[in-house]
Unconditional design. Structure first.
Length: 466
């Protein structure tokens, strides 16, 4: 008879292993042996996901598509809801360290979901991960579920992730989230007042990620105030193509902020209070029509000044020429480029970053470039980059590594790579992922110690220009 070694493992180790599995698989372990009948009910992590209709928009920058409830969906959904009810019931009072709930739901499900959240709070939940989406046709007015006040007052909650158009928020004016350190939230057309209360009542919050869809065109003043905040990531989708001057303003009060990431289509008016310069940041103005927005260049200039003292910067934008500050402390730069990219921006960045040591240039596909530019073929044939009259200081004295990815068939890319390779006196490595470019660079010389590498998913070559 084969020995049951797994059952002899320490319970804490078993709980750790089972915590990595979905709840339905954890429950199935009860049939393994009599000793396993009660183990599943004490596993601290509870992961419940309605897999029949996966929520595909959870990491998207576009609005979610509607769904249609087919008969088999309804049947599976009823089974899923019953399963979660039973799992929570048979757990008794055992602690729930992490409760993850990802599902589509109907309006009539709101009381049950409210009860599940409250049950997790009663069991001293530490991490709450909710991704709850309903069909828009199911309700016409406000979302049907108000976030339980017990969540705001929970003393054990440290991590909260909520992505839902099914939930409204009415936080109390004080005493919220006494232990919350990480907050990741996605909201559609949020109420500014409730969001301000939400983000100003987190005394120990260190990491905030916000994704907001603002599509109703109203005046919107948005404030974030968190005394211990270290990392802030903000993504805004306005979808207001008929209004080239969105009337909303964003104020940030975060004196301890170290990292700032901003992604937006039409640019807001940002203001910062008590802000020390962040060390790391990223800027992504992903709307191709951004330059048509009134006050875009003034707002971009003001926002980019916030990043003037960063050491690490990622920038992705169609149009920010003339908006750049001087980056005296920047050592690592990642530049994401598009088909319609104005390559002179690269020259400006190099000239304004005297201490730059690492440069990554990476292609980013954008459907708007293809749709809005009938002359796309011209971009792949014409020379879109002019060699600077004088070589930037960083290229000759500081730049040590360069990586170029995803840019095939662009003659100006070859020109950029050759110029940097020839001018880089202290360059130690240049990595490309194009065979033709790699072969041409073998004939170029700048730093005698520089290595040129060909990097691909299935292949890696290295050649030294010694």
């Amino acid at each position: 008879m084969v020995a049951d070694r797994i059952s002899k493992l320490p319970k804490e180790l078993l709980y750790g292993i089972l915590s990595l599995l979905p709840a339905k698989d954890v429950v199935r372990t009860c049939v393994l042996s009599k000793g396993w009948e009660s183990i599943w009910a004490s596993v601290p992590n509870l992961d419940c996901e309605f897999e029949t209709l996966p929520i595909v928009w959870r990491d998207s920058v576009s609005l979610p598509d509607g769904i249609t409830w087919e008969d088999e969906h309804v049947s599976d959904h009823v089974d899923f809801m019953t399963f979660v009810d039973r799992v929570l019931y048979f757990r008794g009072n055992s602690v729930v360290k992490k409760f993850r709930l990802h599902c589509y739901c109907r309006v009539e499900d709101a009381p049950r979901i409210d009860g599940w959240i409250r049950a997790a709070i009663r069991r001293n939940v530490v991490e709450l991960d909710l991704c709850v989406q309903a069909h828009r046709d199911d309700y016409q007015d406000d979302p049907p579920l108000e976030f339980p006040r017990r969540v705001f007052m929970c003393k054990t909650l440290e991590v909260l992730k909520v992505k839902s158009d099914f939930i409204t928020y009415a936080p109390p004016t004080s005493g919220c989230f006494p232990s919350l350190k990480v907050l990741d939230i996605r909201v559609d057309n949020p109420e500014a007042d409730s969001m301000e209360k939400f983000f100003s009542c987190c005394p120990v919050l260190e990491d905030l990620s916000l994704f907001a869809c603002v599509t109703d065109g109203r005046l919107w003043n948005f404030k974030v105030s968190a005394p211990k905040l270290k990392r802030l990531k903000m993504t805004f989708l306005t979808d207001l193509y008929d209004d080239n001057n969105p009337k909303y303003y964003i104020s940030i009060n975060a004196p301890e902020l170290e990292q700032l990431d901003i992604k937006q289509d039409f640019l807001s008016n940002y203001s910062f209070v008590n802000l020390k310069s962040p060390v790391k940041g990223s800027v992504d103005f992903y709307c191709h029509l951004g330059k048509l927005q009134r006050h875009f260049f003034e707002r971009a200039t003001a926002l980019l000044k916030t990043f003037a003292n960063v050491k690490y910067l990622s920038i992705s934008a169609h149009f920010v020429a003339g908006c750049l500050p001087t980056f005296n402390h920047l050592t690592e730069l990642k530049l994401l480029v598009f088909d319609c990219y104005h390559w002179d921006l690269l020259t400006q960045l190099l000239k304004k970053s005297n201490n730059l040591a690492s440069l990554v240039i990476e292609y980013e596909e954008d459907e708007e470039c293809i749709e809005d530019h009938e002359e796309l073929e011209r971009y792949s044939k014409e020379d879109l980059w002019s060699t600077p009259e004088s070589v930037p200081i960083c290229v000759t004295g500081h730049l040590k590594t360069i990586t170029i990815r995803g840019l095939e068939g662009y003659p100006h890319v070859k020109k950029v790579a050759k110029c940097l390779l020839n001018s880089g006196k202290v360059l130690t490595k240049m990595t490309v992922d194009n065979d033709e470019l790699y072969k041409e660079l073998m004939l170029e010389r700048g730093s005698r110690t520089c290595q040129v590498e060909l990097s691909k998913l299935q292949r890696s070559q290295r050649f030294s220009i010694l």
